[in-house]
Design a protein around this ligand. Sequence first.
Ligand SMILES: [Cu+2]
Length: 316
Amino acid sequence: MYPSPGIEASNFVSTFNTAFYFIVGVSLFLLVALTVIMLYFVYKYNRKRHAVAEQIEGNTRLEIIWTVIPILLSLVMFYFGWAGWKPTSKAPKDSMNVTSIARMWSFLFVYENGKQSPDLIVPVNTPVKVKLVSVDVIHSLFIPEFRIKSDMIPGRDKTMWFMPQIEGEYKIFCAEYCGLQHSFMHSNVNVMTKEDFDAWYTDTTMVITVDAGAGPGAAGEAIMRAQGCFACHTSDGTKLIGPSYLNLFGEEQVVIRNGTEATITVNDEYVKRSILDPGADITKGYQSGLMQSYRSTLSDEDILKIIDYLKTLSDI
Ligand SMILES: [Cu+2]
């Protein structure tokens, strides 16, 4: 369940709401006032009452009024905007650090002890500083209920911070159009009590936080779900941006390597290379340059589990 809108889910909600409501209020007032004045003039100066137009030369007092009032209104809008934005630019020193890695089309959150999660899991009433990393194109991390949003630009160091104030689950969206499956790029923030968070954080039996079912390949499938692999690959034979995993392992594939065609067999080594160095071999018929390396987020052990999963999708 998501908390209802209007609650102070983060420390930035009240200042941003003030700025927003002030600007909407001023805009509504002006809309109504200008419409009323316009209708009055339409009535008063229509052709029946005012057959001949008359030239009106300047009115200094009026001109001062309609210059000064909008300037003051704009300055007050600026003040609320600035007062709301300024505190977002510098995270408190005792913030908890999390790195968010965005790629087409998923978010992954990496913690200081190596823990990884597709959801942002944080303790309530603790400042959280998020390092924003994009491995491919420009994404944007947006948590509407926290009133924070920041672009994630490849190659540029950026951070954002917030302090969650109410436990619950909140949506995360990518707010920058980043390609075909952009609308599927969303996740959750899970705000929990400090005790629950500590229990989750110190449980290192599961570095990648996903619910893995039983059976062969379950762990591998869960890892792939967490890493967002299914944004581009399917397990049912449907073609997306990348080849489907169905009946892939053990098969021969024609790939483009250094501009020339080569025939390879999909084996352990090939899968590992495709994950760590995705540009090396591109399956014929697919576009190159879309997938970035998972070197920083997947261990050799994770890759072995992924291979186990891929084997379950083939008759071998
Ligand atoms: Cu995106």
